[in-house]
Design a protein around this ligand. Structure first.
Ligand code: GDP
Ligand code: ZN
Length: 357
């Protein structure tokens, strides 16, 4: 029996706690696995090869998990209990509880979301230094990251192309309270050691197309990407298949999740916005009235911060916009919120027309 330190899945974040959680499944003859990829009832899972102690990819049937709610369906990053001996093919019997989940909110009638990646420790937000950054977009990604339960880190990429790195660093740090913001260059290697030191367990990269996600992933993974591609496994029909690229191991431990769905992710919900705007939340706590709308009430700390310039107008507008979107998304899957949304919209539209004090 492996200890977790030596466990082949420890690079993926398999811990003593997970081992303990798994004991009931182990007793039932099931094998711990990490789900790399899911498509239409089948998935690729990583399991430890008992002979070599290395990881191999196995094709498994994931339908027996059998929960109709898409939120409970297997997804990339999930820890699973797999029956390798099942006929006619290995089978995912159960999923372990998720520590974090990146969820795309959907408007479906039967569910309010789809999980894009599970058990992510760090959401690495990439922003190119080659152009003036869109701070509102960064704030949106920060809200998404906080909402997932993972820790956000911002990598300002292509530092070798930047003219004014310090200035942009200061701007982005100003809108990312409590978040590590680094300038890096995959080209020259600048900042890469510090970035590597910030990443542990499972990292998911998000960012606009062209921000440098692929280049950064390759730089982080180094030669190991090649090793992944050369690893072979056997699927249920005995054919050799190349190992999935969705979970890319890093030389210093840890993995990068790279799934197509994550790349275009833009929606979120829940508490993420409040966490991304913790400064505004903190100000709101100092307002005289608990239900202050920060528009015209006396003793409003938010209005005071806007007036003295310590809270930029741009950031406040970005906050209101994301908060509105959040409510819109939530209300589409929850009819009870629809009336509330209309009411608030009217309030916002009205106060937008009223000149500020
Ligand atoms: P993605 O769409 O986010 O995956 O972005 P890519 O990784 O494909 O990068 C977009 C473009 O930026 C490509 O032409 C890369 O060669 C370039 N690029 C990425 N990282 C760097 C860097 O550190 N320095 C420079 N000069 N160019 C970079
Ligand atoms: Zn207020």
């Amino acid at each position: 029996m492996h200890t977790s330190a030596a466990h082949p899945l420890s690079g993926h974040g398999w811990t003593d706690d997970r081992d303990a959680e798994f004991s009931v499944f182990a007793a039932a003859g099931l094998t711990p696995a990490r789900i790399a990829r899911v498509d239409r009832g089948r998935c690729d899972v990583l399991v430890a090869d008992p002979d070599t102690g290395t990881l191999r990819t196995v094709r498994a049937d994931s339908r027996p998990v059998g929960d109709p709610d898409p939120l409970n369906c297997p997804c990339t990053g999930d820890w699973a209990a797999v029956d390798l001996a099942a006929a006619p093919m290995p089978t995912v019997s159960a999923l372990l509880p998720r520590t974090t989940a990146i969820v795309r909110k959907t408007s479906g009638k039967r569910s309010d979301g789809q999980v894009l990646a599970a058990n992510v420790d760090t959401v690495l937000i990439t922003v190119s230094l080659a152009a003036e950054p869109d701070l509102g977009r960064v704030e949106r990604f920060l809200a998404l990251a906080w909402e997932s339960g993972a820790e956000p880190v911002v990598a300002l990429t292509k530092a070798d192309l930047a003219h004014d790195t310090e200035h942009i660093l200061a701007d982005v740090r100003g809108i990312a309270p409590g978040v590590t913001v680094l300038a890096v260059s995959a080209g020259t290697g600048e900042g890469m050691d510090v970035l590597r030191a910030c990443l542990h367990g499972t990292t998911a990269l998000v960012g606009q197309s062209g921000a440098g996600k692929s280049t950064l992933t390759n730089a982080l993974a180094g030669t190991d990407v090649m090793a992944v591609q050369q690893t072979r496994s056997v699927d249920e029909k005995g054919r050799h298949t190349t190992t999935t690229r969705e979970l890319i191991p890093l030389p210093g431990g840890g993995v990068v999740i790279d799934t197509p769905g994550l790349r275009g992710v833009g929606l979120f919900g829940g508490e993420g916005v409040a966490m991304a705007f913790a400064d505004i939340d903190g100000l709101a706590e100092q307002c005289r009235f608990d239900d202050c709308s920060h528009r015209s009430e006396p003793g409003c700390a938010v209005a005071a911060a806007l007036a003295d310039g310590s809270l930029p107008q741009r950031r406040m507008e970005s906050f209101l916009k994301l908060q509105r979107e959040n409510e819109w998304i939530a209300s589409r899957s929850d009819a009870r919120l629809a009336a509330e949304r209309t009411r608030r919209w009217k309030m916002i539209t009205k106060s937008a027309r009223t000149p500020r004090p």
